[in-house]
Ligand binder design. Structure first.
Ligand SMILES: [Zn+2]
Length: 346
């Protein structure tokens, strides 16, 4: 038996996303084979396809970090799931027995590997993944919705709760509020009682952020967000800034922070090289915090909040069939979609 999959054998443009037929995988001990019904794209997919200078990806590689589907087969030792269970697949794998894992910080495990980045991912009809990554789909969510929140929600959760330790009433500026991580940050920050301001490109994206609960939205293509933040805070600045844009915004993000402010970064979509004036950091007692992914335990909590309707997966575009995977890359590269791009696998 075979399975269809998207595969990257060489880094490059969108034509490097090849459709292949592979042998059906067999689940090893404590693994589960999942019939994937929906796989969501992340900005990470673009880095994996294009390559990153100085970083090694294990090619050939099946991309796709977020997915949902049906349990298809159980490996030896898995006794608490059944064939046809509807499940969501969590993106991060880890050893499960080191100090970081046992402290519930599996994203800090030295063996941590993201599906679709450091090991084969979910852009395939069938994927074999560790039991620890397979969990019941939130009740009331479709496969498309269940595929659309894991990576971004756990990233946002870790930034806001573990790193920024955001408090009710604090003011937070979220850069690129219309991105996958931005949409997740808006919802979680509002749930925690923060006042949420976002930047977004264009009136339409700004309106969508407001619809999701943001208190103010700044169109960075037309407006000077540093000046507006200063005006709205009587020159003081906000308590927290979330920035995963990097090079284009980092210096301005620091200018938006008030004394004692915290800046959390989880990425650099416009480039990683930034200039920092250390005087701003120590005189204003700022904290610069890095964050990558989050823990599987936090994701189980997020699943409950999705089930309760308090966090909502936001879907920008659904594409039918794996052979349209490259269209998803185009949509991300053009930054035209608000919310997640999801590929449904019939
Ligand atoms: Zn570990």
């Amino acid at each position: 038996m075979t399975r269809k999959a998207v595969r990257i054998s060489e880094h490059g443009e969108r034509d490097r996303l090849e459709m292949v037929d592979l042998d059906l995988c067999e689940p090893g001990p404590m693994e589960v084979r999942v019939r994937i019904r929906a796989v969501a794209l992340n900005h990470l997919d673009l880095f994996v396809r294009r390559g990153v200078p100085g970083h090694h990806f294990p090619l050939p590689l099946i991309p796709g970090s977020d997915g949902a589907g049906l349990v298809d087969a159980l490996g030896p030792g898995v006794g608490d799931l059944a064939v046809d269970d509807e499940v969501v697949v969590f993106p991060g794998t880890s050893c499960g027995h080191c100090e970081a894992c046992l402290q519930g910080k599996d994203q800090l495990c030295r063996s941590y590997a993201i599906l679709g980045e450091a090991r084969d991912g979910l852009a395939t009809e069938y994927a074999c993944v560790p039991r620890a990554n397979v969990h019941p789909k939130p009740k009331g969510s479709s496969f498309v919705e269940a595929a659309a929140f894991s990576l971004t929600m756990q990233t946002a959760w870790n930034m806001l709760i573990e790193k920024a330790r955001i408090q009710p009433g604090e003011r937070i500026l979220i850069q690129a509020g219309g991105s996958g991580v931005g949409v997740a940050c808006i919802q979680i920050a509002k749930m925690l009682g923060a006042e949420v301001w976002v930047t977004a490109g264009g009136a339409n994206k700004c309106q969508r952020c407001l619809d999701l609960g943001a208190d103010k939205a700044i169109d960075y293509k037309r407006e000077d967000f540093v000046a507006l933040v200063r005006e709205w805070t009587d020159g003081r600045g906000v308590e927290v800034v979330i920035d995963h844009v990097g090079q284009e915004t980092f210096g301005s993000s620091i200018k938006c922070l008030g004394w004692g402010g915290r800046l959390v970064t989880c990425g650099a979509t416009t480039g990683p090289q930034v200039k920092i004036h250390l005087g701003q950091i120590f005189f204003k007692s700022l904290s610069l915090l890095g964050s990558t992914m989050g823990s599987k335990g936090d994701l189980l909590r997020i699943c409950k909040l999705v089930e309760q309707g308090r966090l909502v997966p936001v879907i920008g575009k659904v594409l039918e069939g794996l052979d349209r995977y490259h269209e998803g890359h185009a949509l991300l590269e053009e930054r035209k979609v608000f919310g997640k791009v999801v590929v449904e696998i019939p």
